[in-house]
Write a protein that binds this ligand. Structure first.
Ligand SMILES: CC(C)(COP(=O)(O)OP(=O)(O)OC[C@H]1O[C@@H](n2cnc3c(N)ncnc32)[C@H](O)[C@@H]1OP(=O)(O)O)[C@@H](O)C(=O)NCCC(=O)NCCS
Length: 143
């Protein structure tokens, strides 16, 4: 298992496939719905198995020169709660700090609140409702 920044077309295929499987497919969203226009300029991190299959993914983009946002955190169902999400989140924070971020914000699914709390994020208010069903909470952390 190792942490990489996806670079090749094959790695990005794995990366987006896992993002779609975990964050979009359960809500019957089509392939392609897992991507947005910020992907082209964002920082992407993934954990891959020895056979190169993606086990976890996450993305960071900048909202301002000092505020970065984390989105699309997803770990393969069979590999959750083994520290992979933590590895990815910390790698994104480190890269964000290197690039000048002093604050990270995110919209946490209510079901993942405990994960972000454990990693030092605090709630700042209600977040968006996705597909009329997935409630989010706004969170932030000073680096
Ligand atoms: C949320 C997610 C990214 C966390 O990744 P992970 O690899 O499972 O998390 P880790 O193993 O690094 O967990 C770190 C700590 O957070 C806790 N934690 C993890 N997921 C949690 C959850 N959903 N609720 C509460 N606590 C959680 C773990 O217990 C762990 O604490 P421990 O080390 O004391 O056991 C992953 O479970 C996932 O993909 N979930 C489904 C998709 C999702 O909700 N993504 C986030 C959208 S905002």
């Amino acid at each position: 298992m190792k942490l990489i920044g996806p670079a090749s077309a094959a790695e990005f295929e794995q990366y987006y496939d896992l993002r779609w499987k975990i964050l979009r497919a359960p809500w019957n969203q089509p392939r392609g719905s897992e991507q947005d226009t910020l992907d082209a300029t964002s920082i992407h991190v993934m954990v891959i198995a020895d056979n190169k299959v993606a086990l976890g993914v996450g993305r960071l983009h900048f909202n301002t020169i000092s505020e970065a946002q984390i989105r699309f955190m997803a770990v393969d169902v069979g590999h959750q709660r083994r520290g992979i999400g933590t590895l990815i989140l910390k790698a994104l924070e480190t890269r964000g700090a290197e690039l000048g971020a002093t604050r990270i914000v995110l919209d946490a699914r209510e079901t993942a609140l405990g994960f972000y709390c454990k990693l030092g994020y605090s709630t700042t208010g209600p977040g968006p409702m996705l597909y009329d069903r997935i409630a989010h909470v706004k969170m932030s952390k000073l680096l």
